[in-house]
Design a protein around this ligand. Structure first.
Ligand code: ZN
Length: 166
């Protein structure tokens, strides 16, 4: 039996929670977002611009989608493009996929703390004596220490091993 009260599920703070879904309108070559009850999410939604049925973009099928000009535009058109679910102002131009400069910003080099600098210097001293090895027991040279620390490699004091698996 139909029970309308089931549709009135409210969150504790009194707001009906509806997930945001993305839909793609083929004639407009655009993506728009709609708040839908979860049970209606898979049903097509009329495009706010041309009123034709737009299909839901499943998160898993997103990469399988092919769009005219490479990237679809947002509806309403805000001159932005979508990249991996984030808004960017330009379509990706990099040859590498999934690496839009506005989404995957290069991490600024972290300023080293005083303690870290001292630690690196200590490691370099140990390395100069041949007392520093990496996780596999390979010798680490003093000038390699800062980069290896940056890369998160594990360095430890120890005698270099000729056979790392021994
Ligand atoms: Zn449309």
């Amino acid at each position: 039996m139909y029970n309308s009260s089931k549709l009135q599920l409210k969150a504790p703070w009194g707001v009906v929670w509806m997930p945001l879904y993305e839909y793609f309108c083929q004639p407009c070559n655009g993506i728009f977002e709609e708040l839908r009850p979860m049970r209606e999410a898979t049903e097509p939604v009329p495009c706010p611009q041309c009123y034709k049925d737009a299909a839901r973009i499943m998160p898993t099928s997103f990469s399988a989608f092919t769009f005219r000009d490479g990237y679809p535009r947002r509806i309403p058109d805000d001159n932005q493009f979508s990249h991996l679910g984030k808004k960017v102002t330009k379509p990706i131009t990099s040859a590498r996929p999934n690496e839009h400069p506005e989404v995957n910003k290069p991490q600024p080099r972290k300023r080293k703390l005083k303690g870290e600098i001292t630690e690196i210097q200590d490691m370099q001293v140990a390395a100069a004596k041949g007392d520093l090895v990496d996780w596999y027991g390979n010798t680490v040279r003093p000038r390699e220490v800062p980069k290896m620390v940056d890369d998160g490699r594990i360095l430890r004091k120890g005698t270099p091993q000729s056979d790392p698996l021994a």
